[in-house]
Design a protein around this ligand. Structure first.
Ligand code: HDE
Length: 732
């Protein structure tokens, strides 16, 4: 668009607007000149009716040449002109009669629906779940009866606190919601990437969420818990301390949605055909192992690519490298539940895998992108109460509250009770009931009967319940007085927080301390910081000391009085550490290679092959997006310009400039940052002789540590197998 002060010329249909409404002064001359140009264009095209019809109707960009993809209104009426409103003459007022304009604009005005009150930012993908073996001894759930049975799946990953437009790498819990379209209805396993939760009773959920969201008077901070309200609530909620350890750990900043675990959190029941019940906890185990980023990376990634996680998922599915998890079951019985030192109904506790092993029973593969983000990812409605025969709830008070909340929230968010008619939410098995009408009803029952019992027959009669096939709740015996209380064992708030902390490597423990210091440093009210830190001596004395020092306290505050004495001597659990479950491979990971004109083509080719052989991908970073001309004259396309492709976006990097090229790189701040960040983030760095000039420039001198690999002297595939360790943690 060219603007000449008060006159604007727009392409390609060349609408002439006078923004000030009249001709005057110098503008008039310019305006007249442009008007003349437009008119002459119009004349020269007048016979062909090509782009540039001055009246705006016609123009090949806007017109359907063949008629096989005709634009219509929502009512199906063909549209002749989608560029101009209907007016009286060329310069006259718009006409109310213009139904196609009104329909288009009205629809646009109503495009938004309320974002989810939590988990607003999410990303969905489709695929399938495949069952490994019959689990009929445990459950009658249809999807677990036959080996090789496949059901369609929809999964939505999310952050919790941020709004829909917030960055992907907020420090936060990740939602891991799975909808399985079984032959006996939809089963929604609405889990998180952390196996425990902040609170024990649904009654506290609105308070928890209010405290984590932006503070209501100022409307910030967005997508972060580093503020007074959140830590105020945490400091006064000792039951949250186990979860606090998890969200301050690297679990809250995953490298990829593909590299994180999922958990059903609550204890559920499996019920077999004989009506026998076992307890179960659900796990999702990622094929490519666990991996997180460092906090400094997270902060920088959010600037460089706020869509980092969704892009990663999109790219991996597009490339055919399908994200995959195995479903794991921890199955246990009443006897275990009675004997265990914690209450299996308490969602702030987990059962260590060393105590009850995780049995892998099937795999979830995400092999399809959504066709449309809004239609599927935004409108998908998960409900914890969507279970199928063979699976049942327990009395976990958080789960019981969720079973109420999800249906309610979907009705509000999607505008009525017929959200189940939206294709992503509809079952893929036959379904029949007498529920009818309401907004947007699409599956009203056919025939005369919309009630039962009725005396009609055949098709007219409609569906009936089946005592044999229908869902039956497990006949648990329940008794007791009506009271607002929690079970006694729920009062143990520190034992498992301590166990989690003890299960981490030294590096992971230091990250927990750093995260607490960072978050609490953002808290402006000293008493809140102090109250929170007073819980830490009950978890670990060193952690309490480090955090107290980091916050500038003179001494560690007196320990909070536990409501129940912690259990001593819980064994650390390796399954709780990310580093102890590292992938040991570069599969699904990314190498960023910095090239310049004259870069060695052979080395580049060998490296690319080695990365691809290892199942990773290589991204070429160049001084300008046009790419570079390699040593033999080959043009290598740049995927990223150096400033747009910082090393935080990659799992490892290689710096392979030519002797001439490096002279330019040392003058470019983003090239220096590329290397500096990779060094600070303890990444493996492949380099050649010329790269040493750049390394020196950023202060990397003398004997290089083993995280640096000289690619002039080392085989490319050796470098990539070294990268499987993901970071060189020993780097000072
Ligand atoms: Fe949720 N949660 N939640 N939640 N939750 C929602 O439902 C709620 C809880 C989880 O991708 C809401 O559709 C209550 C635990 C996920 O669409 C809402 C309580 C866990 C998602 C709601 C909890 C979760 C939600 C908001 C405490 C892990 C995103 C919008 C009693 C096991 C699903 C919506 C998606 C979404 C309520 C606690 C996971 C308001 C009342 C524990 C993954 O219904």
């Amino acid at each position: 668009m060219q603007s000449t002060g008060c006159l604007t010329l727009e392409g390609p249909s060349f609408t002439v607007l006078s923004s000030c409404g009249r001709w005057h002064g110098d503008c008039k001359k310019a305006s007249v000149q442009i008007y003349a140009e437009v008119m002459s264009k119009k004349k020269s095209k007048s016979n062909s009716n090509q782009a540039g019809d001055f009246r705006g109707n016609g123009g090949e960009l806007h017109q359907q040449p063949e008629g096989d993809h005709l634009m219509t209104t929502q009512q199906g009426c063909p549209i002749s002109d989608d560029q101009n409103t209907l007016k009286v003459g060329e310069r006259g007022p718009a006409l109310l009669e213009d139904f196609s304009f009104r329909e288009k604009m009205f629809h646009f005005d109503h495009e938004r629906i309320p974002e989810r009150v939590v988990h607003a930012r999410g990303y969905g993908a489709k695929g399938y779940f495949e069952n490994y073996e019959s689990l009929s001894d445990l459950t009658s759930a249809d999807l677990f009866q036959r080996p090789g049975e496949k059901v369609e799946a929809f999964v939505r990953f999310s952050t919790v606190a941020g709004s829909k437009g917030s960055p992907d790498l907020a420090r936060d819990v990740r939602g891991f919601a799975v909808k399985l379209y079984t032959k006996e209805g939809n089963w929604d396993l609405v889990g998180n990437n952390i196996p425990v939760f902040f609170i024990q009773d649904a009654m506290k959920f609105p308070d928890l969420v209010h405290s984590a969201k932006p503070e209501p008077d100022r409307g910030f901070p967005q997508a972060q818990t580093a503020h007074d309200n959140f830590w105020d609530f945490m400091s006064l909620t000792p039951e949250a301390m186990h979860m606090v350890m998890w969200i301050m750990s690297d679990r809250a900043i995953p490298r990829s949605l593909r590299f994180m675990e999922g958990f059903g959190v609550h204890t559920f029941r499996l019920v077999n055909a004989k009506g026998e019940s076992s307890f179960v906890k659900f796990h999702w185990k990622p094929k490519y192992g666990l991996q997180s980023v460092l906090w400094d990376e997270a902060v920088k990634i959010n600037g460089a690519d706020p869509d980092f996680h969704r892009r990663d998922m999109w790219e991996s599915i597009e490339a055919g490298d399908y994200p995959e998890w195995e479903l794991g079951l921890q199955v246990f019985d009443e006897a275990f539940a009675d004997e265990w030192e914690f209450d299996v109904l308490d969602p702030t506790k987990l059962i260590p895998e060393e105590l009850v092993p995780v049995k892998r029973v099937g795999k979830l593969v995400l092999d399809q992108l959504v066709d449309n983000f809004f239609a599927e990812t935004e409108q998908v409605a998960f409900c914890t109460q969507n279970i199928v025969p063979g699976i049942d709830f327990t009395n976990d008070p958080l789960l019981q509250g969720r079973n109420f909340s999800y249906l309610d929230t979907q009705i509000k968010r999607l505008g009525g009770p017929n959200f189940t008619h939206i294709p992503v939410n509809a079952p893929k098995c036959p379904f029949a009931h007498f529920q009818q009408d309401g907004h947007m009803a699409m599956h009203n029952p056919k025939g005369r009967a919309n009630y039962e019992p009725n005396s009609w027959s055949g098709e007219e009669r409609g569906p009936r319940a089946s005592a044999k096939k229908g869902f039956k709740s497990f006949e648990a015996e329940e008794s007791g007085n009506k009271r607002r209380v929690r079970p006694e064992l729920f009062a143990d708030h520190y034992s498992q927080a301590r166990q989690f902390y003890d299960s981490q490597t030294d590096i992971e423990q230091s990250h927990i301390a750093d995260a607490l210091i960072f978050e609490l440093s953002k808290v402006k009210t000293p008493s809140i910081r102090k109250t929170l830190v007073s819980h830490l001596p009950n978890i670990n004395a060193d952690l309490a000391k480090t955090v107290a020092e980091g916050l500038g306290f003179d001494e560690v505050p007196e320990a909070a009085q536990p409501a129940r004495n912690p259990v001593e001597g819980l064994e650390p659990s390796d399954a709780l550490s990310i580093m102890k479950n590292a992938p040991g491979s570069f599969k699904g990971r990314k190498l960023g290679v910095l090239l310049t004109d004259g870069s060695d083509i052979d080395l580049y080719k060998k490296l690319k092959k080695a990365v691809e052989d290892a199942g990773g991908t290589l991204t070429v970073v160049t001084p300008a997006i046009g790419g570079v001309t390699a040593s033999d004259g080959t043009e290598i396309e740049g995927d990223e310009k150096i400033g747009g492709g910082p090393s935080v976006l990659f799992d490892a990097v290689a710096v392979l400039p030519s002797e001439e090229g490096v002279k330019e790189l040392v003058k470019m701040p983003p090239a220096k940052e590329f290397v500096m960040d990779a060094v600070n983030h303890k990444k493996f760095i492949g380099y050649n002789a010329a790269a040493k000039t750049l390394l020196k420039k950023v202060g990397v001198k003398g004997k290089l540590d083993n995280g640096f690999v000289d690619l002039d002297g080392t085989q490319a595939n050796k470098f990539i197998s070294t990268c499987a360790d993901l970071r060189y943690w020993k780097r000072k």
